[in-house]
Design a protein around this ligand. Structure first.
Ligand code: ATR
Length: 290
């Protein structure tokens, strides 16, 4: 259980946390996590470290040496760090990426909170029950993999993956259980039809991300009115895909929640306490709009 901070000051009991990546100076994780520590009174401080592939092994040794309690791992280290920790959570192993490290007295365990963070956000913000739903996922990269893995745990009727390079969609579907798991790769010419039948359509590609804000992976008319359109992108907060879906009469779900909840899960793994999600969201929104 994490120690609480007296009078809000950093003192000789303060525990260090951080995020590593290359680049890293754009990261909103430090302001979000420090707000979470302040809000809960936990005696921790969270900073950003610019770590390259060359310095990653020394950094991980440093985590052990300094007794850092927790680390978030972002691009490009989510794969390489798996070789450097002591244990990997089964979910992170199946996804093939680690974004959160928990240090238990020098033993480092790697987790992946991206997929579960996304699903918690989708359930809390857009669609509380995913069981029996027909879901289409556009994109078959690393982000898609974590999300598909976590969606399958919710027992949807089907998860159909579409990708510009269809072979990648097929590989992803096969590696996570294929048809037996309710997982199908669909050819691009069938995407419109599948979207029309879907309860939830999720964009995991970078199409529509700043600065290409006018682009959308599908037409709004492909969506069923009342269905959920969900986008992992949070810059802009409302992508062209979401704008088109909204005009079509769909419910929309942006990518900010995934970022907040992947951090919320990391906070909960490290501290054993519920994350102050609304305060975290408020801080990130303020920073994005500054
Ligand atoms: P991430 O880890 O963010 O998912 P990634 O592994 O590079 O990143 O995957 C990016 C995804 O966005 C892929 O599904 C990619 O499609 P390809 O596999 O065909 O490359 C998709 N993507 C990126 N740019 C795209 C574009 N302009 N049109 C369609 N799909 C695109």
């Amino acid at each position: 259980m994490a120690e609480h901070r007296l009078n809000g000051t950093i003192d000789s009991h303060t525990v260090l946390y951080g995020v590593i990546g290359d680049p890293i100076r754009h990261s909103k994780s430090p302001i979000m996590m420090n707000r979470a520590f302040r809000e809960t009174g936990i005696n921790g401080v969270y900073t950003a470290f610019h770590i390259t592939s060359e310095t990653l092994p020394a950094f991980v040794d440093g985590v052990r040496a300094m007794g850092m309690r927790g680390v978030n791992v972002t691009i490009p280290h989510k794969l390489q760090v798996m070789e450097l920790v002591d244990e990997i959570d089964p979910g992170a192993l199946a996804i093939g990426a680690v974004n959160t490290i928990v240090n238990e007295n020098g033993k480092l365990t790697g987790y992946n909170t991206d997929g579960i963070g996304y699903v918690r956000s989708l359930k809390e913000e857009a669609e509380s029950g995913l069981a029996g739903k027909r879901i289409v996922v556009i994109g078959a990269g690393g982000a898609s993999r974590g999300i598909v893995y976590s969606l399958l745990k919710e027992k949807p009727e089907s998860v159909a993956i579409s990708n510009r390079t269809v072979e990648r969609a097929e590989q992803l579907a096969d590696s996570l259980g294929g048809e037996a798991a309710g997982l199908t790769a669909i050819p691009n010419e069938k995407l419109e039809q599948w979207c029309g039948d879907a309860d939830i359509v999720i964009n995991t590609t970078s199409v529509g991300m700043f600065p290409n804000v006018g682009q959308s992976p599908i037409e709004g008319s492909w969506m069923k009115p009342g269905a959920v359109a969900s986008d992992l992108i949070y810059n802009p907060l409302k992508t062209e895909f979401l704008l088109r879906a909204e005009a079509r009469g769909c419910r929309i779900h942006g990518g900010l929640g995934m970022f907040i909840y992947q951090g919320a899960y990391a906070f909960e793994y490290w501290t054993g306490q519920a994350a102050p999600v609304s305060a975290m969201r408020e801080t990130v929104l303020e920073a994005l709009q500054a």
